[in-house]
Structure formats: structure tokens, C-alpha cells
Design a protein around this ligand. Sequence first.
Ligand SMILES: [Fe+2]
Ligand SMILES: [Fe+2]
Length: 206
Amino acid sequence: MEWFEFICRLFEKADPYLAVRGDMGHTKVSYDYSLILLQHEGGSKRIVEPAVILHDVGWSVLEPEVISAAFGVLAEGEEAERLNRIHETEGAAIAKQILRSFDYELGLVEQISAIISRHDSGENAHSLEEGLVKDADKLWRFSRTGYWEETERQHLKPATLFEFLELRCREWFFSPTALRLAEEELVRRRDEITALRSGEDGDTQH
Ligand SMILES: [Fe+2]
Ligand SMILES: [Fe+2]
């Protein structure tokens, strides 16, 4: 099977799992970032690309009402941490199953599922590939789609999310390319917030 065909089929397999939390949009944006990161930073696409596509399939085991307590910039506490760990460990198990159904190389399956099992909670990256997966995941929040979707999904003011991201971006990223992309996106988000504010001011003046 050609690589591109494999990637398309992997997206298809992941779709029902990702649909539970509405994560296909997030996954596609992160996937696009991962291609840029691979291009600039190197690393194995055979690990990074499947890991990014499958990293959030584990949310599918949790009830939608429960999920909202577990993620986002305001999520904290033991319960949020417990649920977050569930999406990582269950996701690792589901990813293994899916990749085995393609007869994917076992050594790679192990590495991919290990990355998924700590993609959110692990503070370190044990390999270049793990760092790139984590970076691609986080970059979603900086993207135009991700930023505005997350303000709605998490009921945040645009400025609140902006300040949070601006503060965190220096400590989050493992690769210089990801930090550069995040900073470039932040400039665009700042312009959008400014445009939104001047639009609102215009509305109130008329
Ligand atoms: Fe996740
Ligand atoms: Fe994610």
C-alpha cells in the first residue's frame, strides 16, 4: 500500500473514535503541522504521522458530559488528571488495535502507542518523534481554527486564551520550528482579536 493511501485509510479508521468529541478537525490541523515539523526537524514519518492521527482516539471511551471536565486551559485537579490519563491509555490500546489491522511493523506500533500513552501528561519527550507529536498537538490551539473553536468549546474570552498561550508557548514546545510557528500564529490571532474589538466598538458607536 502506498503511504498516502495508508494515511487516508488510517484517517477513515480513526474517524468514528474522533467523532465522539468532535476531534477530526483538531486531528487534521495537527496532522498538517506535523508534516511541516517533519520537514524542518527530521524524524520518522512512519512514527509521527500515525501517532498524530490516532493520538486522541481514546476520548471515545468517555461520556461526552464527562469529557468536558477533563480538558482545556481551565481543567485542573485530580479528576481532570484521571480522565486525561484514561484518554491516553485507552487511546494507546485502540491505536495498537488499528495499526495491527494494517499489519503495521510491530516495533513501530510499540513506539507509536508509547507516545500516545503519554502525549498530554508526559513533560518530557523521549525521542525526537515524541516531541514532534506533542508539538503538533499543541499547535492546534494556536491555529486559526483551533484558537477560535477552543474559545467557544471552553467558554473562554479570546483575550484570556491569548494570554494563556502567549505565556505557555515558551515552555510547551520541544522543537524550534514549533515555537516559531506558534509565535507566527499568535501575531495573526492578535490581529484578529484587535479587528474583532474595533468591530464591536464600531457597533456600539452606531
Ligand atoms: Fe489528547
Ligand atoms: Fe489532541
